[in-house]
Design a protein around this ligand. Structure first.
Ligand code: PXP
Length: 254
């Protein structure tokens, strides 16, 4: 099982101030050092978190696998091709949504655009994955479109409770097994957390999970105590030295 970490929300925090921290490129290095198998970013058409600059630097610096999520809009596919990451996951996108709300619409009206995107990216040597709802029809269509992989949308499983969650897990398991029978690599993601990931990671046909929000959220709490202690040290040390000429150099390590 590979863990790909989605670092979009590091950029979300930075964009809240339009400043230069926290830098998702720096986050990617730490994520890789911690042992993750890949870095996922979603370059949205409205650029609400990840920016083109981030993608350019990540394409140069990620040493594991960069998985770029984009919509199948020709302009977005062209950007993906320019950087030719190892993997591109095509996702649906609506400007008004808070986050990706469902799998790709694989209806025939959309098929031409998707087929073109898959063919064109594959020609560049990119592994193309389609983010789909966990049902047989979506998997059959994904294979017919020439995708190498699918990412099963785990959002409904994540939102379900009790028996309904078990039913959603069965749905994921059946879809994963159908995907592998079709020769597709099967990934999963969206809404996975420390609380709900275990049964999904136990499905043998799933080879990769993409997790973002929950990991970045937990990072705030496992890191907050140290962050406060470091700031406390700086301000108390400075006030203890009151009267001395101030040092204008930033302390090392920050
Ligand atoms: N997979 C896809 C296709 C996504 O769009 C997202 C969210 O950007 C994720 C996985 C990660 O979801 P979460 O942030 O809920 O872990």
């Amino acid at each position: 099982m590979r863990l790909y970490v989605n670092i979009d929300h590091v950029a979300t925090v930075r964009q809240a101030r339009r400043t230069d921290e926290p830098d998702p490129v720096r986050a990617a290095v730490l994520v890789e050092q911690a042992g993750a198998h890949g870095i996922t970013v979603h370059l949205r058409e409205d650029r609400r978190h990840i920016q083109d600059r981030d993608l350019r630097l990540l394409a140069e610096t990620v040493r594991t696998c960069l998985n770029l999520e984009v919509s199948a809009e020709p302009a977005m596919v062209a950007i993906a091709e320019e950087f030719a990451p190892l993997q591109v996951t095509l996702v649906p996108e609506r400007r008004e949504e808070v986050t990706t709300e469902g799998g790709l619409d694989l209806a025939s009206s959309n098929e031409g655009r998707l087929r073109e995107a898959v063919a064109s990216l594959s020609q560049k040597g990119v592994r193309v994955s389609l983010f789909v709802d966990p049902d047989r029809r979506s998997l059959d269509r994904s294979q017919a479109l020439g995708a190498q992989a699918v990412e099963l949308h785990t959002g409904e499983y994540a939102n379900a409770r009790g028996d309904h969650r078990v039913a959603q897990w069965e749905r994921l398991r059946a879809a994963a097994s159908h995907g592998v029978a079709l020769g597709l690599s099967v990934h999963a993601g969206h809404g996975l957390t420390y609380e709900n990931v275990t049964p999904v990671a136990a499905i043998p046909e799933i080879e990769e999970v993409n997790i973002g929000h929950s990991i970045i959220s937990r990072a705030v709490f496992v890191g907050l105590e140290r962050a406060v202690a470091e700031m406390l040290h700086l301000v108390q040390d400075a006030s203890a030295r009151m009267g001395e000429p101030p040092s204008w150099r930033a302390p090392l390590g920050f």
